[in-house]
Design a protein around this ligand. Sequence first.
Ligand code: FPP
Length: 164
Amino acid sequence: MSVEPIILQQLPTDLSKDRLPQHVAVIMDGNGRWAKNQGKPRIIGHQKGVDVLKDLLRCCKDWGIPALTAYAFSTENWGRPHGEVQFLMTLFERVLRRELQEMKAENVKIRFVGNLQDLPASLRQEIDRSMEDTKNNQGIQFTVATNYGGRHEIIQACQRSPPK
Ligand code: FPP
């Protein structure tokens, strides 16, 4: 995981705008390893992960990539130590509350996917607010997969009514 700030506001001249991907997806991974390498607790790695994600969102927006998806918390992640899970839930909530105004101003449309019912009520409230407040934005679509997993996706697909 690189933590160099992304300061490339304009597309580098050796990249062709026509060949840019229309959707970038990232799996948040390596936060803990990064922190360990720095001799810091894992939670510092998660905080740094948020900074990197923010830089990435800005980069995609500046370069004209219309969609970014971040896989932030999988169903397997509930198996982590209780304190770490709690920290992550609080971090998500805090980040949403802190960044919402800027995302609104920057025309970001935020969307959460995954099994959101199992998340803490206060986090769900921030999620609902952020989706509601940015639903008419026309800029980059930023999707955060939270409590996602293959099993859940299969169940959802099977429950969906068949096309008429
Ligand atoms: C994996 O690193 C990362 C996570 C389990 C969650 C981190 C997600 C964020 C910080 C994004 C939050 C974003 C928003 C918009 C609320 P790891 O702990 O698996 O690292 P490791 O593989 O080195 O152990």
